[in-house]
Design a protein around this ligand. Structure first.
Ligand SMILES: O=c1ccn([C@@H]2O[C@H](COP(=O)(O)OP(=O)(O)O)[C@@H](O)[C@H]2O)c(=O)[nH]1
Length: 337
């Protein structure tokens, strides 16, 4: 019996989807899991026969009795993901768990029509890894039936950069894309915003109180997230109900801030709110002016207490403990009743 995990290739090295799948695989391979590489490509260029052979090639090392964790979506279409699962389930006594990183029908309004196919796909697998319990409740309403479910809880962000205690400063850091999170273009609060990420040529930014740091490699990012708070802020934008989605899904940047040791500020209702409050590692805001107020009003003592709390969670995140735990729990659930 071998345990395999799928891993995404072929997207930009700046794609969070790719970064997240690669990170999970890095952790899984240290635990003896075998990697199945999946290339992100225009699937429609394959004939059905070519596609079938390509999938057979991917699964060359898979045998009956094995366990496979499929990290989805592969971003190669739901039909492709369904073909993968159908092919795997044709092996005798195989156990398959789908690790849901994103729910495409909930991410984009114009993809909601894919929900029945998505649920049908999830229901095929013996096990499921979901980001949060609130995602489970949401998908249950759509017909999800899988019984063996493991909750992820938080992303890891592996890093070997030494821990540095962050400085108390009245700044917020934001990592992301200005087109997905347009509030950064019009940041007009007293609190200074440090923005890490790419800008498109068409993005016009009100630069009065924002430092544009540009895109940074991982180690550089960890070293530069060195003061103030990390901000996790989602807004409903055209075709993407980011705020609603944040109630169910897990934010990757949230874990990047924690890995760097920063206390965070999040929008009210975010899926991780209870965990953040319970562990004293983040504060909740109901508007951007509330974010500004929180930064101004947090005392150095309150900040330092949060920093001490973050340090513990940071250790877990930098060393992959959330992923290790969920992988062990998944294998355990798949092999027990
Ligand atoms: O300069 C940058 C900006 C972003 N990122 C990476 O991109 C992630 C943020 O991506 P996204 O906004 O898609 O994450 P979300 O929080 O929406 O899941 C960060 O956590 C980093 O891992 C990076 O490495 N360098």
């Amino acid at each position: 019996m071998k345990i395999h995990i799928t891993n995404l290739y072929g997207q930009s090295s700046r794609s969070t989807a790719l970064i997240a799948q690669n990170m999970v695989t890095d952790v899984a391979t240290t635990m003896g899991f075998k990697e199945i590489g999946i290339y992100s490509y225009p699937v429609h260029t394959d004939s059905p026969n070519e596609l079938n052979k390509r999938i057979d090639g991917m699964f060359a090392a898979v045998g009956s009795d094995d366990i496979v964790i499929a990290q989805f979506p592969t971003w190669n279409s739901i039909e492709f993901d369904t073909m993968l699962i159908d092919k795997l389930l044709s092996y005798r006594d195989i156990k398959v768990a789908i690790f849901i990183h994103d729910v495409v029908p909930l991410m984009f309004e114009n993809n909601y029509y894919l929900m029945p196919k998505f649920i049908e796909l999830c229901n095929k697998a013996q096990g499921l890894i979901l980001p949060t319990r609130s995602m489970f409740t949401r998908l249950e309403k759509e017909g999800l039936k899988t019984k063996k479910i493991v909750f992820q809880g938080l992303w890891d962000h592996l890093s070997k950069v030494d821990y540095h205690e962050p400085n108390y400063q009245k700044t917020v850091n934001f990592i992301g894309s200005a087109s997905r999170f347009p509030f950064v273009k019009d940041w007009h609060f007293d609190t200074r915003l440090q923005f890490f990420g790419d800008l498109e040529e068409s993005d016009s930014i009100n630069k009065s109180n924002i430092d544009l740091k540009g895109w940074m490699s991982d180690d550089e990012l960890m070293l530069n997230l060195s003061s103030g708070f990390g901000l996790v802020w989602s807004e409903e934008i055209d075709n993407q109900k980011e705020r609603t989605y944040s109630m169910y899904n897990l934010s990757y940047k949230l874990s990047s801030y924690l890995a760097a040791g920063l206390p965070i500020i999040v929008n009210e209702g975010i899926s991780t709110q209870m965990f953040l409050e319970k562990n004293g590692i983040g504060l909740v805001a109901n508007s951007l002016s509330d974010v500004d107020r929180i930064v101004k009003q947090t005392s150095i003592e309150e900040y330092q207490q949060m920093v001490r709390n973050v340090k513990k969670v940071s250790y877990l995140i930098k060393n992959g403990y959330f992923t290790k735990k969920l992988l062990i729990d998944t294998v355990y659930r798949l092999l027990t009743e």
